[in-house]
Design a protein around this ligand. Structure first.
Ligand SMILES: Nc1ncnc2c1ncn2[C@@H]1O[C@H](COP(=O)(O)OP(=O)(O)OP(=O)(O)O)[C@@H](O)[C@H]1O
Length: 260
């Protein structure tokens, strides 16, 4: 089942009147199937954050169409969009973004509490999820009492506690040491393979991207190429490095629709 369908998606910043226009996305076609784990890579300024912001409903496209789980994002009212974001999307950011005044369990339960779920139901869901993710012993601690890696895994728990249709992650390993990054990517992989979570992750890190099933490379606001993981992670990692070398070397004319 196709969960995300972006068709000829464009995003232009600025106005004609100001005379300063920046074309951040220039006709992106991208589909994500339910249960996929997709990485988005590309040079700085290529449009990755812009694309994620459109998927997240934070910003509206200038042209083209974007459907997530059958909903046309650009056609929703502000109220519909707020509900859609709360129920159907989960977010993981580079900076963890946990609330320091709440315990880890309270942080994880927040999306359910804000959605009006009863305290007991929230507690049961949170305990079950934290147990599943190996964080049960930390549930009564505050964010400043645990490591960055543990905070980020808690942030993932908070992002999936309401079973969103799509989990969006923006540089989730950006502030982590390599051991914590590995643990976090293990959590994504577990959620993807065991729970069929659909994940879209923007990353600069080829190691992180090698955990994905597919990596989409964008350049100058367009899909430049995509590669699928077939088999082990190590050869896929090497393919990602090779593709980045060509992409950043700028000598890959004609690769726009090629799947390596
Ligand atoms: N709010 C904005 N107003 C004007 N131009 C913008 C705005 N946001 C992004 N841009 C421009 O759009 C283009 C794409 O930016 P974007 O942040 O999406 O790239 P990116 O691939 O995420 O970069 P990075 O890897 O450095 O985060 C860039 O040229 C950027 O300068």
């Amino acid at each position: 089942m196709t969960l995300v369908k972006a068709t000829a998606l464009t995003k232009v910043y600025g106005t004609q009147a100001s005379g300063v226009l920046s074309r951040a996305l220039n006709g992106i076609d991208l589909e994500v199937e339910k249960g996929e784990f997709v990485g988005v890579m590309g040079p700085s300024g290529s449009g990755k954050t812009t694309l994620l912001n459109l998927f997240a409903g934070i910003d509206k496209p200038s042209g083209g169409d974007l459907q997530i789980n059958g909903h046309h994002i650009a056609k929703m009212s502000a109220k519909e969009l707020a509900l859609f974001r709360r129920r159907q999307l989960g977010f993981v950011f580079q900076d963890f973004n946990l609330l320091d005044t709440l315990t880890l369990a309270e942080n994880v339960g927040l999306p359910l509490t804000l959605d009006g779920h009863k305290g007991r139901t929230v507690q049961e869901s949170v305990e079950k999820l934290l147990g599943y993710l190996g964080l049960h012993d930390l549930m009564n601690k505050y964010p400043y009492e645990v490591s960055g890696g543990q905070q980020q895994r808690t942030a993932v728990a908070r992002a999936v506690v309401h079973n969103p249709s799509l989990l969006l992650a923006d540089e989730p390993t950006g502030n982590l040491d390599s051991a914590s990054a590995r643990a976090l990517l293990g959590v994504f992989q577990k959620l993807n393979t065991e729970q069929e979570a659909t994940i879209l992750m923007v990353t600069h890190d080829p190691f992180a991207a090698s955990y994905c099933k597919r990596v989409v490379f964008i350049k100058d606001g367009q899909v430049y190429t995509q590669i699928d993981r077939v088999g082990e992670r190590q050869p896929f990692f090497q393919k990602i490095l090779d593709t980045l070398a060509v992409l950043e070397g700028g000598s890959a004319h004609g690769m726009a629709t090629t799947r390596i």
